[in-house]
Design a protein around this ligand. Structure first.
Ligand SMILES: [Zn+2]
Length: 95
């Protein structure tokens, strides 16, 4: 749709919603908008954005890392721990 379904104002650029009524121009725009949000949420940029937008940034960063750690598969965790243990052994062995 080229015009806002509510106020009828013409669409500006790549906006998904009418800036005045906060209404989507069409159902497709709503889907595209949600898809964009979903994709952005999974990117590093999205994570940083969410942390910066939070009131308590430190807490948000911790929560975010906790969530990432929770979503990390066990295999990856074991690999990370193995690397960590190896590096630790190497460092303490040298000293
Ligand atoms: Zn409008």
């Amino acid at each position: 749709m080229k015009n806002c379904p509510q106020c009828g104002k013409p669409r500006k650029g790549d906006e998904f919603k009418c800036p005045e009524c906060d209404v989507f121009y069409s159902q497709l725009d709503e889907i595209l908008y949600e898809e964009q949000l979903r994709v952005e949420k999974d990117t590093l940029k999205g994570h940083i954005k969410a942390i910066l937008a939070a009131k308590d940034r430190k807490q948000a960063a911790i929560d975010d890392l906790t969530l990432i750690w929770k979503n990390t598969p066990l295999k990856t965790k074991i690999t990370l721990w193995t690397i960590f243990a190896f590096v630790f052994a190497l460092v303490t062995g040298v000293l």
